[in-house]
Ligand binder design. Structure first.
Ligand code: GLC
Ligand code: CA
Length: 552
C-alpha cells in the first residue's frame, strides 16, 4: 500500500477538445491524443487524466453528460477509447477518467423521463421538491448553487422544483435512491473493466443534500475562496460535505479496491483543507483530494515554506497531499506569475520536488498563458449565463483578483509549434477557441532541445523525480530558514537509503548559502547549464531551484 504507484506518479491533465485535432474539424479528439502520446512519455509524466469525452450536448464542455457509457462522436467511439487506453499503457503510463457523478445533462434520457411526470419510475432519480407557497411559486428552501443564485428550478408541467448544484442544465442525481447509487457504481465498473486506472471525481462533495431540505445557515461571507466556498451570505452545511457523502466515499473506494493493480480516486472537493482531507476517510475513502490553496499562492519563500509544511502535516502517511497549480477552471499559473518563464521554472521545481502528487495541466510545460477572450465571444456557460454583466466588470475582477471568470481563457488549443494554428489543427482550419495573437515561443517545437527552456526544465525534473526514490516517495523535513537564509526555501527528503536536499531561491536576486549537502551530487537544476553543486558555498541564481544528493 505504502508504495502504490499512484502515490508516486505525476498526473497530466488533458482537455480533449484542446489537445490535438486529427480530422480537421477544429476540435481535439481521441485519435489526436493517441498521435501525441509520445510527447507525454518523453516529458516523463506517469498518468494522464482526461476531462470528460462522453456523449454530451457540450453545454459545459462535457461536464454535462447524457450517456456515461458512450463517447461524443466528435471525439471518437468506444473502440477509439480502447485503442487510447492500450496506447497509453503501451508507453508505461496510466489512464484516469473524469467522472461526473453529482449531476447529468438535462438532456440525459433519465432526466427527460424524470421530468415527464411525477409518477415516472425515474422521477426519484433526481432531487425534486414541492415549492413553498401555494401554487408552488417559491423555491423549496434557500439553497444556493455553488456558482451563486438559487439552485432550484421550477418545472411548470409537474409543478415541482428540481435542484442543481452547478448550472441550471445540470440536474443533481438523487443519491438517496439506491438505484442511482447502483447505476453509478456500475458505471465505474464499466470503465474499470475496460482498463482505466482511476477516476477524477467532479464536485464529489456535493453528492448528498439534507434529507429534510432544511435551509442553509447564514454566513458572514460574500466572496468565496479556494478554502471556503461559503458565499453570498450563505453557508453550505445542508448541501455540501454531508456525513452521507463522506460515508459514500468508502463505497466508491470499495469498488476501485475490488480491482487488481491499485486503482485510485482523486476528488474535487471545494472546501476548507481539513474538510477536503476528511473525504479521504483515514485512508478508506478518496485516495487523493485536490488541494487548491496553491493555485493563488505567492511564489515567495515564506509562502512556499508554509504551504509545504501545512500540506505535509495534514496528509501524513498513508495520506498524501496533491500539488495543483492549474486546471480547466482556473487562471493559468504562469499568468499569475506575470508570464515569466524563470518564475515558472521555479514553480515547477517546487511542484515536482515537494512531497505529494503533482497535477500538471496541458500547456503548462511550455508556459502557455491565459488568452484573453471578450465575454461576447465566449463559449463558457458560466459566462453565457451572465451576459448582462458588462465587460469592464470582467476586466476589474481579472485585475483585482488575478482570476478570470471566463474559463475559455485557460482552455485554448495546445501550442505544438509556431505555425498559424500552433500545430493544433491543419492550416486553414479554425480551432474551436482562438489562439494567442503571438505564441512567443511558448510551443513544444520552439523549446524542445533547448536546455534554457521551460519544457526542458520540466523534462529534467520529471526524469529526476522518477529516477530518485527520495523524490517520488521520500518523507520530507523542511530546512530551517536559519540554515538556508530567508530567501531560500529548502527541504530534505529521504527514502530507500537515499537523501536529497531541495533548495529553491524564490527571489529575483542571486543568493549565496552554506551548502547543506557539501560534496553531494547535483541531481537537477532549473538552470540547464549547471553541472555541479558540491562546493561548500553554493550560489543560487535568481529563481534557481536545484536538488542535490548527499554524499555517502
Ligand atoms: C467541476 C468542473 C467544472 C464543471 C463543474 C460542473 O468544477 O471542474 O469544469 O463545470 O464541475 O460539472
Ligand atoms: Ca477533430
Amino acid at each position: 500500500m505504502q508504495n502504490s504507484w499512484w502515490r508516486e506518479t505525476v498526473v497530466y491533465q488533458i482537455y480533449p477538445r484542446s489537445f490535438f485535432d486529427s480530422n480537421g474539424d477544429g476540435i481535439g479528439d481521441l485519435d489526436g491524443i493517441i498521435a501525441k502520446l509520445d510527447h507525454l512519455a518523453d516529458l516523463g509524466v506517469g498518468t494522464i487524466w482526461f476531462s470528460p469525452f462522453y456523449a454530451s450536448p457540450q453545454r459545459d464542455v462535457g461536464y454535462d453528460i447524457c450517456d456515461y457509457r458512450t463517447v461524443a462522436p466528435e471525439y471518437g467511439d468506444l473502440a477509439t477509447v480502447d485503442r487510447l487506453i492500450q496506447a497509453v499503457h503501451a508507453r508505461g503510463m496510466k489512464v484516469v477518467m473524469d467522472m461526473v457523478m453529482n449531476h447529468t445533462s438535462d438532456q440525459h434520457p433519465w432526466f427527460v423521463e424524470s421530468r415527464s411526470s411525477r409518477d415516472n419510475p425515474k422521477r426519484d432519480w433526481y432531487v425534486w421538491h414541492d415549492g413553498r407557497k401555494p401554487g408552488g411559486k417559491a423555491p423549496p428552501n434557500n439553497w444556493n448553487a455553488m456558482i451563486g443564485g438559487s439552485g432550484w428550478h421550477y418545472d411548470a408541467p409537474t409543478d415541482q422544483w428540481f435542484w442543481t448544484q452547478f448550472l441550471p442544465f445540470q440536474p443533481d442525481l438523487n443519491y438517496r435512491n439506491p438505484e442511482v447509487q447502483a447505476e453509478m457504481l456500475g458505471t465505474l465498473r464499466f470503465w474499470l473493466d475496460r482498463g482505466v486506472d482511476g477516476f477524477r471525481l467532479d464536485i464529489v462533495n456535493a453528492l448528498f443534500e439534507d434529507a429534510e431540505f432544511r435551509d442553509n445557515p447564514f454566513a458572514w461571507r460574500l466572496i468565496p475562496s479556494d478554502d471556503d466556498p461559503r458565499m453570498l451570505f450563505q453557508g453550505s452545511d445542508r448541501t455540501l460535505n454531508l456525513p452521507e457523502t463522506l460515508a459514500f466515499m468508502k463505497e466508491l473506494r470499495r469498488v476501485v479496491d475490488g480491482y487488481p493493480g491499485d486503482r485510485f480516486l482523486v476528488g474535487e472537493v471545494n472546501a476548507p483543507i481539513e474538510m477536503a482531507q476528511a473525504h479521504c476517510c483515514d485512508g478508506h475513502g478518496l485516495n487523493l483530494v485536490f488541494l487548491f490553496r496553491s493555485l493563488k499562492a505567492a511564489l515567495k519563500p515564506a509562502t512556499i515554506r508554509e504551504l509545504v509544511s501545512e500540506y505535509d502535516r495534514l496528509f501524513p502517511d498513508p495520506l498524501i497531499p496533491t500539488w495543483v497549480f492549474g486546471n480547466h477552471d482556473r487562471a493559468r499559473r504562469i499568468s499569475r506569475l506575470g508570464g515569466d518563464m524563470a518564475r515558472a521554472r521555479l514553480n515547477a521545481a517546487w511542484q515536482l520536488t515537494a512531497r505529494g502528487v503533482p497535477f500538471l495541466y496541458y500547456g503548462e510545460e511550455v508556459g502557455m498563458v491565459q488568452r484573453p477572450i471578450p465575454a461576447r465571444d465566449s463559449q463558457d456557460a458560466l459566462v453565457l449565463r451572465m451576459q448582462w454583466v458588462p465587460q469592464f466588470v470582467y476586466d476589474a475582477i481579472r485585475s483585482l483578483m488575478g482570476e478570470s471568470i471566463n474559463r475559455d481563457e485557460c482552455r485554448t488549443p495546445m501550442q505544438w509549434d509556431g505555425t498559424a494554428t500552433a500545430g493544433f489543427c491543419a492550416q486553414g482550419v479554425k480551432p474551436w477557441l482562438p489562439l494567442p495573437d503571438d505564441l512567443g515561443g511558448r510551443t513544444v517545437a520552439d523549446q524542445a532541445g533547448n536546455p534554457d527552456s521551460l519544457l526542458e526544465c520540466y523534462r529534467r525534473f520529471l526524469h529526476a523525480r522518477r529516477e530518485n526514490p527520495a523524490l517520488h516517495r521520500g518523507d520530507l523535513a523542511l530546512l530551517d530558514a536559519a540554515e538556508t537564509g530567508k530567501d531560500v526555501v529548502g527541504w530534505r527528503r529521504t527514502a530507500d537509503g537515499q537523501t536529497v536536499v531541495v533548495l529553491l531561491n524564490a527571489t529575483n536576486r542571486a543568493h549565496t548559502l552554506r551548502n547543506p549537502a557539501p560534496g553531494g551530487t547535483l541531481v537537477v537544476s532549473t538552470d540547464g547549464r549547471r553541472t555541479d553543486a558540491a562546493a561548500p558555498e553554493l550560489v543560487l541564481a535568481p529563481w534557481e531551484g536545484l536538488v542535490v544528493r548527499t554524499a555517502g
